[in-house]
Design a protein around this ligand. Structure first.
Ligand SMILES: Cc1cc2nc3c(=O)[nH]c(=O)nc-3n(C[C@H](O)[C@H](O)[C@H](O)COP(=O)(O)O)c2cc1C
Length: 356
C-alpha cells in the first residue's frame, strides 16, 4: 500500500502526524550559541502550521564549529533551557521536535550572509582558525584550516555525543547529524577536502570513519526508542568528489549502527560546482538510497507544490519530504497543502475560523 503525504510515520517509538518536515535552516540570530525568542517563533510557527517534524537549524557542537559567530550552539549546558522551551512548544503543537548537530569544519568563521555571504571573517573582526581534516581552504586564498590531530578528531566525536545528550535534556525527539554541505563530516567523506594519509583519509573506509564514529557515539547516548537522522550531500557534483555510489555504500554502513533515516541533500563541497538545479532535483538520490539499502530516506530541495510532495511519497521516492525556503514563504504550508489535496486537517483550534 503506497503512503500519502499526510499518512503518519512511525520511526522507532516516535509517531509523526505526517511526512512533512521543516528542513533545518540557520537563522544566524544568536550570541554565543544561545537560542532566542526568534527561534521560538520561527520554529513554533511551523509547528502551528502542522508540520510533522520541525528540525532546528545546524547547532554547533563546539564554538569553533559555528559557520558564523551568530550560529545556534549546543556546546554548553547553559544552552539547554531556551532550547527546552522551544522543543516543548513544538511538541505541544503536535509536531515532532528535532535538532541538527553540526560542525562547520573549514567553512567556519564566516560573516553572517546578510553582511557578506560565505566570506571568511578576519581574526581582527571576531573570526577564528577553522579546523578540518586537511589544511586546504574552501575558497582558494582564504585562511588555511588547522588539520585535526587524531586526538582532536576523537575529541570532536565526543563533542557530538555531548551535544546529543544536551539535545535529549532539552526534550528533542530527533537528532540529525549534519554530514552534508561541505561541513566537517562531509569534509572527511570527500577526497576533495580530505588529503589525510592516516586512518581517517585515503580509502573509502578511512574517509567514512569519522562519520561512523560520530554516528556510533550519538547513537550510544540517544534512546533506543527515538530516531537519529543523518543528512548527507549525496553528490559533490564535482569531478573526483563524493558521489551517489559512495553515498549508497555509506548508508549501508550506518544502517547497522542504528541511523534511521538518510536525509538526501547535495553539494556544498566546492565553490562553483555544476549543479543541475530544478524542482525536486535531489529526489533521485533519495530514491536510489531508499531502494538499494532499504533505509528510510528524506527528499529535499525545491519541493514546493502539494502534488509534487505527495507524489514523492506515493511513488516511494522518499519516506518524508523536507521543505526549507517554501516554509519561510508559507509557515502554514501543510494546512494549505491539505486543502489543495482535499485532505481534512484540523488547524489549531484558535485558527479554526480561518480554515473551515
Ligand atoms: C536560510 C537557510 C538556512 C539553511 N540552513 C541549513 C542548516 O542549518 N542545515 C542544513 O542542513 N541545511 C540548511 N539549509 C539548506 C536547507 O535545509 C535545504 O536543504 C535547502 O534550502 C534546499 O531546500 P529548499 O529548496 O526547500 O529550500 C538552509 C537553507 C536556507 C534557505
Amino acid at each position: 500500500m503506497p503512503n500519502n503525504l499526510f499518512d503518519h510515520l512511525k520511526i522507532r517509538g516516535l509517531e509523526l502526524r505526517n511526512r512533512i518536515v521543516v528542513s533545518p535552516m540557520c537563522q544566524y540570530s544568536c550570541e554565543d550559541g544561545f537560542a532566542t525568542d526568534w527561534h521560538l517563533v520561527h520554529l513554533g510557527s511551523r509547528a502551528v502550521g502542522r508540520a510533522g517534524l520541525v528540525i532546528a537549524e545546524a547547532s554547533a557542537v563546539e564554538a569553533r564549529g559555528r559557520i558564523t559567530p551568530a550560529d545556534l550552539g549546543i556546546y554548553k549546558d547553559e544552552h539547554v533551557p531556551m532550547l527546552a522551551r522551544i522543543a516543548k512548544f513544538v511538541k505541544e503543537q503536535g509536531a515532532g521536535a528535532g535538532i541538527q548537530l553540526a560542525h562547520a569544519g573549514r567553512k567556519a568563521s564566516c560573516n553572517v550572509p546578510w553582511v557578506k555571504r560565505g566570506a571568511q571573517l578576519p581574526l581582527e573582526e571576531g573570526g577564528w582558525q577553522p579546523v578540518a581534516p586537511s589544511d586546504t581552504p574552501f575558497h582558494p586564498g582564504d585562511r588555511e584550516s588547522a588539520a585535526l590531530t587524531i586526538d582532536e578528531i576523537h575529541g570532536l566525536t565526543e563533542a557530538f555525543a555531548a551535544a546529543a545528550k544536551r539535545a535529549l535534556a532539552a526534550g528533542f525527539q530527533v537528532v540529525e547529524i549534519h554530514g552534508a554541505h561541505g561541513y566537517l563530516i562531509h569534509e572527511f567523506l570527500s577526497p576533495l577536502a580530505n588529503q589525510r594519509t592516516d586512518e581517517y583519509g585515503g580509502s573509502f573506509h578511512n574517509r567514512i570513519r569519522f562519520a561512523l564514529d560520530v554516528s556510533k557515539a550519538v547513537r550510544a547516548v540517544w534512546p533506543d526508542d527515538l530516531p537519529v537522522f543523518l543528512r548527507i550531500s549525496a553528490s559533490d557534483w564535482a569531478e573526483g568528489g563524493w558521489d551517489i555510489d559512495q553515498s549508497v555504500e555509506l548508508a549501508r554502513c550506518v544502517k547497522p549502527i542504528g541511523i534511521d533515516l538518510i536525509d538526501c541533500s547535495s553539494g556544498g563541497m566546492v565553490p562553483n560546482a555544476k549543479i543541475e538545479v530544478g524542482p525536486g532535483y535531489q529526489v533521485p538520490f533519495s530514491k536510489r538510497i531508499r531502494y538499494e539499502t532499504g533505509m528510510l530516506t528524506g527528499a529535499v530541495g525545491m519541493i514546493t507544490e502539494p502534488d509534487q510532495a505527495d507524489a514523492i511519497i506515493r511513488e516511494g521516492d522518499a519516506d518524508v519530504v523536507l521543505l526549507a525556503r517554501e516554509f519561510l514563504r508559507h509557515p502554514y504550508w501543510p494546512l494549505e497543502a491539505a486543502a489543495a489535496l482535499g485532505v481534512k486537517l484540523g488547524p489549531p483550534v484558535q485558527y479554526e475560523r480561518a480554515f473551515n
